[in-house]
Design a protein around this ligand. Structure first.
Ligand SMILES: [Zn+2]
Ligand SMILES: [Zn+2]
Length: 314
């Protein structure tokens, strides 16, 4: 029997925070007082986090967030897990809660204008319509592991490259654009930007793939969903599941994703167990020979090692 005494909760909330830097420091102390682990980003525009801990801690945390009028509407996606999904607790102030490079709230402000939210079951029905284009706004390492059937994907390594791809989407201007991402946060900005560029029928999957998995059985999602914690990937589809990702090294179909064991590379790659053993969890022979290579325990997940910034000249 799988013991699930812990929970991992994912959420975001676009809501202005005055003195967000101070808020981040206070919030970190609060999370630590609850013995939570996780990663939270605080910005002037809101909050974005994944935290993990005992059910009691998670409940106390959610209650406290909801008790703050600024975040009363926050939706939490809750997963029961066997162990905490993080080792440490981080809560940091950044310029944006999701890095898009679009910092001017006069142009992109999800609190003012964003794509129409579709609930999972509405999205599920609409994706089969002829006048619909399903757009994955996530990065390569994410959609390579899994995506909606027939979705358009973008060749981007990071969401901040999304604005440069709008031009490629011009051909779909007459159609209904349905955007989706992991938990919904990127879509708030992606759909707002599409509207800003004159796309008229823009929709977004409310709560992202994670909520869709819970409320629509994950139907027509192919492969797994990449997540930003030590689970790396989670199952979504309980209706018609498939594996779509191929081992980066040998091409065998595999659902497994790792971080390269070489901390200077740390690349996200799909890798089968056989190649993982052979390459000691590295993406390439070059990485295997790196002297800082981390021991591979079969999961491909590593606690972040602080990177050396400057290498002294010899
Ligand atoms: Zn392989
Ligand atoms: Zn590597």
């Amino acid at each position: 029997m799988l013991m699930t005494n812990y929970q991992t909760i994912l959420y975001y909330c676009y809501s202005p925070i005055a003195d967000a830097e101070q808020f981040a420091a206070d919030h970190l102390a609060f999370c630590k007082s609850l013995n939570l682990t996780g990663r939270i980003i605080v910005a002037d525009e809101g909050l974005n986090g994944t935290v993990s801990g005992t059910k009691e801690s998670c409940e106390a945390y959610m209650e406290a967030v909801h008790a703050d009028a600024r975040f009363a509407k926050t939706e939490f996606k809750i997963d029961d897990v066997a162990e905490p999904s993080f080792i440490k607790m981080h809560c940091r102030y950044k310029a944006e809660i999701v890095h898009s490079g679009l910092r001017d709230p006069n142009i992109i402000n999800p609190n003012k204008q964003t794509g129409k939210h579709l609930e999972p079951t509405e999205f599920q029905k609409m994706i089969h319509d002829d006048d619909v284009v399903v757009l994955d706004v996530r990065s390569n390492y994410e959609h390579n592991l899994g995506k909606f059937k027939n979705a358009i994907t973008l060749d981007i390594e990071n969401f901040r490259e999304f604005p440069d791809k709008i031009e490629e989407l011009e051909q779909f201007k007459g159609k209904k654009i349905l955007t989706y991402c992991t938990g919904g946060i990127k879509c708030e900005k992606a759909s707002a930007l599409l509207l800003h560029h004159g796309f008229e029928n823009v929709y977004q999957l409310h709560g992202g793939i994670i909520k869709y998995g819970k409320e629509a059985g994950g139907e027509d999602f192919e492969g797994k969903c990449y997540v930003f914690d030590n689970r790396i990937a989670v199952d979504v589809n309980k209706v018609n599941p498939t594996v779509v990702s191929k081992c980066y090294n040998c091409g065998t179909v595999t659902p497994k994703m790792i971080n390269c064991a070489n901390p200077e590379c740390n690349e996200h790659v799909t890798q089968c167990d056989a190649c993982g053993e052979k390459l000691l969890g590295c993406c390439s022979e070059t990485c295997v020979s790196n002297p800082r290579r981390r021991p591979y325990d079969g999961t491909g997940y590593y606690v972040k090692v602080p990177q050396q910034v400057k290498v002294p000249m010899k």
